[in-house]
Unconditional design. Structure first.
Length: 145
């Protein structure tokens, strides 16, 4: 079952329901890391960006620090997507980090089109290596605050 079919705009998911749906320890690893390391509180949003084919709207979880987005998480069954924006002014630092990342992250970064403000990486977090890359890219965002 798809996330957007379970929870529409009238049914806000509880934290436990999100964790059960995602059903991976990688979720708890990242959410605990963000809250403990950066002292950020997750904000649940129902928005026009669902990261789900066939659905324009859906619930996501945003993490911000000092008004700047660190990442947005999109629950999927058995994994999740971490959307991380890399701004143009962060490209020099990203050019140092990306070659140290796993092949998936390197290819995603190369293939992601440049927008007006930078690149938005929609990373499918399915293993610890990708999770490690996500944490490093979030650290890059925090360093530029």
């Amino acid at each position: 079952m798809l996330w957007n079919e379970l929870f529409d705009d009238r049914h806000e998911p509880l934290d436990t329901q999100i964790r059960e749906f995602v059903n991976t320890p990688l979720w708890d690893d990242l959410t605990n890391y963000l809250q403990q390391t950066y002292k950020v509180i997750p904000k649940l949003f129902y928005s026009c960006c669902s990261m789900e084919k066939g659905f324009w709207k859906g619930w996501n979880i945003k993490y911000k620090k000092a008004g700047k987005s660190l990442c947005t998480l999109y629950p999927k069954q058995g994994y999740f997507i971490a959307l991380i924006a890399v701004s143009v002014k962060e490209f020099d630092k990203a050019d140092v980090i990306i070659p140290l990342c796993n092949k998936y992250t390197q290819e995603l970064y190369q293939q992601t089109k440049l927008g007006t403000t930078g690149k938005s990486l929609a990373m499918e977090v399915t293993n610890k290596k990708i999770l490690h890359d996500v944490k490093n890219l979030i650290a890059l965002r925090v360093d530029s605050l």
